[in-house]
Design a protein around this ligand. Sequence first.
Ligand SMILES: NC(=O)c1ccc[n+]([C@@H]2O[C@H](COP(=O)([O-])OP(=O)(O)OC[C@H]3O[C@@H](n4cnc5c(N)ncnc54)[C@H](O)[C@@H]3O)[C@@H](O)[C@H]2O)c1
Length: 252
Amino acid sequence: MVRVGLLGCGNVAEVVAGKENGIDIVALYDLDTKRAKYLSEISGAPAFEKFEDFLACDMDIVVEAASVGAVCANAEAILKSGRDMVILSVGALADPDFKRKLIKLAEENNCKVRIPSGAVIGLDNLKIGQISPMSELKLRTTKNPRSLKLDVTERTLVFSGRADECIKKFPKNINVAIALETAGGRPVEVELWADPAVTRNTHEIFAKGDFGDIYMKIENNPCPQNPATSYLAALSIITLLKNLGKSIIIGT
Ligand SMILES: NC(=O)c1ccc[n+]([C@@H]2O[C@H](COP(=O)([O-])OP(=O)(O)OC[C@H]3O[C@@H](n4cnc5c(N)ncnc54)[C@H](O)[C@@H]3O)[C@@H](O)[C@H]2O)c1
């Protein structure tokens, strides 16, 4: 089984580290040392106060579930150490120069950057767009205003435009759009709605191409212990880790 280091010990990491998943967590790091210690108690893995000490541990893969800032600060060192990296805060890849740098480092160090499907489904199929370019790729996300830290009393369009602009304004909330761009190989048009009537984060994906039309709607249940986070995002990381060693790869 792969040995996993968790960069970020928040809501998603807490689900991933749950004993019942059988993931071999060997090291923990979080700027918030209390969170790292808490996860250490749950998982039995050591928590490190310095990133360098965390990275010096004997591990195969680093799972980032922290922030766009954490990816920007640490991804280069992780890839230079030859470890594969799972990036959940995929908004970091909205910067094309940074993305190119990570790809180059991964090639030079014979390792991989893996992007889980996160809070949506269907990223594997949308890779069709890299072969047969899509004429449309659009994301409509609806969240409760509390998640967006907004104070609105009725359904309100808070952003409409390109994904790379949206992630600058909402770095915690629209990672999905950059995941879609990376999969589909083209810019994504984003509509972000704040709706006080909704309790679940909802993502609607619209894609058109020579293959036909796709419409997907994902209504996310919150994590059992942590209502701020979509359970699906944590499950997608567990699924990715559990499938690494399998002989049959479904939907690459
Ligand atoms: N791709 C997706 O579909 C998707 C879905 C859900 C969450 N996310 C992203 O995944 C990340 C984790 O989500 P969460 O709900 O667990 O968040 P969270 O806020 O519950 O936990 C994040 C943890 O990371 C730590 N952290 C932040 N920056 C850090 C840094 N530079 N170095 C070390 N630790 C740092 C925080 O202290 C916190 O404990 C967020 O960036 C979130 O936006 C992406």
